[in-house]
Unconditional design. Structure first.
Length: 376
């Protein structure tokens, strides 16, 4: 497939597919695991809007040039550096508006969107992937929502999509930054198909030979049947994460974060995966942990749009008052992995401090709300 190079880490292309065309969006910033910058979000959003209006574009495909990562998330390092030099939230306003708009647009896109999420797919990478109508993972896929590790909260629509996972699982993933693989993503509904990484080229080439119709529902069915035909049969095995759903629910399906914290700290099982998950929980920002628990509790009944609009307000409040700069410093810049959280313990996080993150942001107008309204 031929590609036209864009200057900001994204490649765009249009490929003939019989009577129609496919639009390809390829993340091409391998040195930082395809972390998506503000400029990249602007470019992707602009192209998606252009293709949305074109009758000759039957399907959009999103993937990456790297074998190591589809997308490690948004470029949170640049965000933290901007916030550390300019305490205003101007950059944060633009960054989260662009990111959340792209994520929302993919969710409501009127054409099939295929996302091939091979390798590391975390945070903002899941935000891009999760809204796609057809989500492919591979044996190399590693997924996580690691925001508590950097003093943030599970965003990019996580209020909506993680709350729809089996009982307590989404909250557990958000609180612990737990990693899970492609088979687990399919088993829990976070992905639609598990295909061999080595079949990517032939699979994408095969898209050009499908009988696209230009009608979204029919083309979605065509794409779904095609992906099903690409699967390879393997002996069935029990998916790891499914074995622990009852235990996970017992740990986090509680009325308060204090009750959940007691259960997590009192867990004495032997399963290595849960032990690794607990390490993520213990290392995370206490403020982020407490806010995340409330985020899931309060967001159970929100629509997709309501979830994104609330998360934008939350993101603005996190930009103004949070552990983000410290968390990014410790994990991504200086990499000493010793963040100095403020406050340092869950018990010291005051209720009024948590409420601040759920208050309507002082940033007005609500830029994301305005951009979503323009879609209509």
């Amino acid at each position: 497939m031929s590609e036209k190079i864009s200057s900001d880490g994204v490649l765009f292309a249009e490929e003939n597919a019989r009577r129609f065309k496919l639009g390809l969006i390829t993340l091409d910033s391998p040195d930082n695991l395809n972390a998506v910058s503000l400029g990249m979000f602007h470019s992707i959003g602009k192209k998606l809007l252009q293709w949305r209006e074109r009758e000759d574009i039957a399907c959009v495909v999103m993937h990456a040039t790297s074998d190591k990562a589809f997308c490690a998330g948004g470029d949170i390092k640049s965000l933290a550096m901007e916030l550390s030099t300019d305490p205003s939230t101007t950059f944060g306003q633009e960054f989260f508006t662009a990111e959340y708009f792209v994520d929302y647009l993919i969710h409501v896109y009127p054409k099939p969107v295929l996302c091939w999420a091979d390798g590391i797919t975390m945070g903002g990478g899941i935000g891009i992937m999760n809204g796609a109508s057809h989500r492919v993972v591979t044996e190399r896929t590693v997924m996580a929502m690691p925001e508590v590790a950097i003093g943030f909260f599970p965003d990019v629509g996580a209020t909506y999509f993680l709350n729809r996972l089996p009982r307590g699982l989404g909250l557990f993933l958000g609180l612990t930054a737990a990693r899970f693989d492609g088979s687990e993503a399919v088993a829990t509904g976070m992905a639609d198909a598990l295909l061999p990484a080595g079949k990517k080229h032939s699979c994408l080439e095969g898209l050009l030979r499908l009988d696209w119709t230009g009608e979204s529902q029919k083309d979605g069915d065509i794409l779904r049947r095609y992906l099903a035909s690409q699967k390879e049969s393997h002996p069935s095995r029990e998916v790891r994460i499914l074995q622990y759903l009852d235990e996970i629910a017992e740990l986090v399906d509680r009325h308060t974060i204090e009750e959940a914290d007691g259960a997590l700290r009192g867990w004495n099982g032997r399963e290595g995966w849960i032990q690794d998950c607990l390490k993520g929980y213990f290392a995370g920002s206490p403020t982020s942990v407490k806010v995340t628990f409330e985020q899931f509790k309060r967001g159970k009944d929100l629509s997709l749009q309501e979830a994104f609009l609330r998360e934008w307000d939350m993101a603005m409040n996190f930009c103004a008052h949070s552990d983000v700069c410290e968390g990014v410093r410790a994990l991504l810049i200086e990499k000493d992995r010793c963040p100095r959280w403020n406050p340092p313990t869950l018990g010291e996080v005051k209720t009024e401090a948590v409420e601040r993150y759920f208050s309507e942001s002082s940033v007005r107008p609500h830029l994301l709300e305005r951009k979503i309204a323009e879609l209509r």
